[in-house]
Design a protein around this ligand. Structure first.
Ligand SMILES: Cc1cc2nc3c(=O)[nH]c(=O)nc-3n(C[C@H](O)[C@H](O)[C@H](O)COP(=O)(O)OP(=O)(O)OC[C@H]3O[C@@H](n4cnc5c(N)ncnc54)[C@H](O)[C@@H]3O)c2cc1C
Length: 441
């Protein structure tokens, strides 16, 4: 059905990070000839993870692990690396290299389809007869028959209600001047984002000292190479408690050694376990096991891990138990309270993890108001059906509205590694192509 309006498009992908671009690739593979991406950044395919130009920001897995679930007709990462004279092996490449590879993926899409890029942020999404109206912050308006939301993670919730010099609320965008002058740095959080922030500051301020604060400070372990735990193939844990018992038994019996090996092997099957559990069992795991799982599941690339270990050994990096409960301007820098301690810092970085409240993103907030999206009951993201289609407030699918990536964690569990993004993008493309008229060109 034709939609009266401004720019009418068969399918609009909102968000042009890695997920949005792999979505466009999957759609082009199934014959879509007219693709639209809305993305405020000029560069497509890089998003948060692959926009960095810091050579110390590495992929957290070896290159070979990024090629699972390939898309037919798109050159995988390893052959692309080899064609560009880079020996893949078991190297942890800078994330910028993956961003360069994504440029090649964008070019390959453009050879198959017309790809329009609206350099803007989508502000609202409302249903109209035959599709959706998407309002952009540059005043443009799209009328799309189908929409894929590939928005990635939101920024963390703010540490302080007002802006202050030396307070970086966005860990992905720390002002260069603030980093250059920083001797005492406090980072809220101890995960991979905190490690990225340490590496960014250490790059420009070689004498900086770091305090990483969290209620349960825990640095992600080094990535494990060539791990194996054959026991993982036989697991059929129908409840989280049985999984827990199997993991303990696995750690005790594993001849190669430790929990890192067991957790690494488990990663290949957790999505399947999660989807087979009842809502009650998922809730139990979310309450009691998820935090531990996320702590142990995320890995630091070994070269970054070594740098962090050196900073700790040289007493330039310490872990501190407690949350930042107040920040105020001090005569020089910032004064803050961390747990029951007072401290001062030149630079404070918020690496507390992304907000998962859809109300923090105007586009999602407008879609919530119209009942087009619904928070999942565990508060991990938004409800989708198994094809990736959004589930509305009344429990029915929002026909033609799909969600890809981080916001689908509550349903698919493993959602952000590149191979999983490609797999889910392919599912969405199959479903979208069943309802589309693009095959006629
Ligand atoms: C630091 C870091 C390192 C990682 N390393 C790896 C790795 O080594 N291997 C791996 O497999 N995975 C890794 N990941 C996982 C990563 O999440 C995925 O690989 C992938 O980058 C996620 O892409 P995305 O497009 O979903 O999200 P993002 O990269 O966040 O992109 C989302 C895009 O949506 C845009 N957007 C948001 N809201 C709007 C709006 N309203 N309108 C228009 N556009 C909007 C944003 O501008 C952004 O460009 C890493 C993640 C991070 C953060």
């Amino acid at each position: 059905m034709a939609i009266p309006g401004k720019t009418e498009v068969p399918i609009a992908i909102i968000g042009g990070g890695a997920a949005g671009v792999w979505q466009a690739a999957a759609l082009s593979m199934l014959g879509a000839l007219d693709l639209t991406i809305v993305e405020p950044s000029e560069a497509l395919g890089r998003g948060l993870a692959y926009s960095t130009s810091n050579p110390g920001h590495l992929l957290n897995v070896t290159a070979d692990k990024l090629d699972a679930h390939p898309l037919e007709g798109f050159e995988p990462f390893i052959p692309w690396l080899e064609r560009h004279g880079m020996m893949a092996g078991e190297t942890y490449f800078p994330r910028k290299v993956y961003g360069d590879y994504m440029d090649a993926v964008v070019s390959a899409i453009r050879q198959r389809a017309c790809l329009s890029h609206h350099v803007a942020r989508a502000r609202s999404l409302t249903p109209v007869p035959g599709g959706f109206r998407v309002m952009l912050d540059n005043g443009d308006e799209l009328l799309a028959h189908q929409v894929v939301l590939a928005l990635g993670n939101l920024k963390p919730r703010r540490l302080a209600p007002i802006e202050m010099p030396g307070l970086a609320e966005d860990p992905w965008n720390i002002p260069q001047a603030a980093m250059a002058g920083a001797d005492e740095v406090v980072i809220a959080g101890t995960g991979l984002t905190a490690i990225d922030a340490v590496l960014s500051v250490a790059n420009v301020s070689p004498n900086a000292r770091f305090t990483l604060a969290a209620n349960r400070p825990f640095m992600p372990p080094s990535d494990a190479k060539n791990v194996s735990w054959p026991g993982v193939a036989d697991l059929t844990p129908d409840r989280p408690s049985r999984l827990w018992r199997s993991v303990i038994a696995g750690i005790r019996s594993n001849p190669e050694g430790d929990w890192i090996t067991v957790v690494e092997a488990l990663k290949t099957r957790t999505a399947e376990f999660w989807q087979n559990w009842s809502p009650g069992d998922r809730a139990t795991f979310a309450r009691h096991g998820l935090r531990h799982w996320l702590h142990h599941r995320h890995r630091t690339p070994p070269p970054s891990h070594k740098m962090i270990a050196q900073l700790i050994a040289n007493r330039r990096l310490t872990l501190c138990r407690g949350r930042i409960s107040s920040i105020r301007k001090a005569p020089s820098g910032l004064a803050l309270r961390v747990g029951d301690r007072e401290m001062t810092a030149d630079l404070v970085i918020n690496a507390t993890g992304p907000s998962v409240d859809p109300r923090d993103e105007p586009l999602l907030s407008s879609a919530l108001d119209d009942g087009l999206v619904t928070p999942d009951p565990l508060g991990l993201g938004l409800k989708v059906d198994l094809s990736g289609q959004s589930v509305t407030a009344d429990g029915s699918p929002a026909k033609g509205l799909y969600i890809l990536g981080a916001w689908t964690r509550g349903v698919f569990f493993e959602v952000v590694p590149i191979p999983m993004l490609r797999k889910h993008a392919m599912n969405i493309a199959s479903e979208a192509s069943r309802h589309a008229s693009w095959r006629s060109g």
